[in-house]
Design a protein around this ligand. Structure first.
Ligand code: NAI
Length: 286
């Protein structure tokens, strides 16, 4: 654990915030979890407890680790109270630039000047999130993957004004959480979405061209390249609507036709075929 960070405030305790709080508490950080919705905080607490209990059942977490992790957590719907005295902030509120800018401003007001403000945005510009505050050098991207307690990667995103200290601290905290960091420049789609979407869209174009079936296109990557899951099955799990939105935002940000969503994707989304969650995508889910 880095000397400079003992207490982390996690802002937003939905899917990602609760997962981040879980791994941070398990790593030994004191974690203050906050959310503007008190009932979501309650839900986050239950989901962390349940995930830790599953970890114990599976032998991944000891009972002592679970007890310590739960003791490291506290929940408070008041942002100022939760942030008071924290050594790092990780923001995981809704994907809305305006809301994220406001939270960054509030955190700057409540935290000491040198405290890093990390954002878990999956697609917004880190520079833009930090553009309204006095010390944007303390703002950095810290992109976790879902489910956070299982996925090992954290994409750390720097922008032209982010400081070396902010990067060093974020790298140290990421490693202390047992995660594997990569460092990426603030650019549309960062590394993971840009590459993941490129592969997914090409697989869809191949399906449109009749190159092979969805199963065989996926198998090409699973068995030929050791991907744990092919790009079309993965799209079904993520949601075709989610991937369409990412493709459209990458197309707008880069101006490149590489990210233009193929007709098959648009048609499926228009028909309500959103993947696993709707029962039908590139595969039929029962
Ligand atoms: P979510 O909707 O599950 O949780 C967001 C939470 O933020 C909600 O509980 C909401 O009440 C709270 N919130 C909203 N405005 C707030 C404010 N001003 N102050 C305090 N709390 C506030 O969303 P999710 O999926 O956890 O996503 C959060 C962030 O993580 C987004 O930026 C998203 O793009 C990113 N992300 C999501 C991934 C995913 O698979 N769901 C993967 C990686 C990143």
């Amino acid at each position: 654990m880095p000397d400079s960070v003992k207490t982390i405030v996690v802002v937003g305790s939905g899917t990602m915030g609760s997962g981040i709080a879980h791994v941070a508490a398990l790593a030994g950080f004191k974690v203050r979890v906050t959310d503007e919705m008190p009932h979501i905080l309650e839900k986050a607490k239950k989901s962390i407890e349940a995930n830790l209990a599953t970890g114990v059942e599976k032998g991944k977490v000891t009972k002592e680790q679970k007890t310590k992790a739960l003791a490291n957590l506290s929940f408070d719907s008041d942002l100022q109270a939760a942030a008071d005295g924290a050594d790092m902030a990780i923001e995981a509120i809704v994907e809305d630039i305006h809301d994220k800018q406001i939270v960054a401003e509030l955190l700057e007001r409540y935290l000491d000047t040198e405290v890093v403000i990390a954002t878990n945005t999956s697609s917004l510009s880190i520079a833009e999130i930090g553009s309204m505050i006095v010390h944007p050098e303390r703002v950095i991207g810290m992109h976790f993957f879902n489910p956070v307690h299982i996925m090992p990667l954290v994409e750390i995103i720097t922008h032209p004004r982010s400081s070396d200290e902010a990067l060093e601290t974020t790298l140290a905290v990421t490693k202390a959480m047992g995660k594997e960091p990569i460092v990426v420049k603030d650019s549309p789609g960062f590394a993971s979405s840009r590459l993941g979407i490129a592969l997914g869209l090409e697989a869809m174009r191949m399906l449109e061209d009749g190159v092979a079936s969805a199963e065989d296109i996926d198998k090409a990557m699973e068995l030929g390249y050791r991907h744990p899951m092919g790009p079309l099955r993965l799209t079904d799990l993520v949601g075709l609507d989610v991937r369409l939105a990412i493709a459209e935002s990458l197309k707008a940000a880069t101006g490149s036709d590489r990210f233009a969503p193929p007709a098959i994707l648009k048609q499926k989304v228009a028909a309500g075929e959103l993947g696993k969650k709707s029962g039908q995508g590139f595969y039929t889910w029962t």
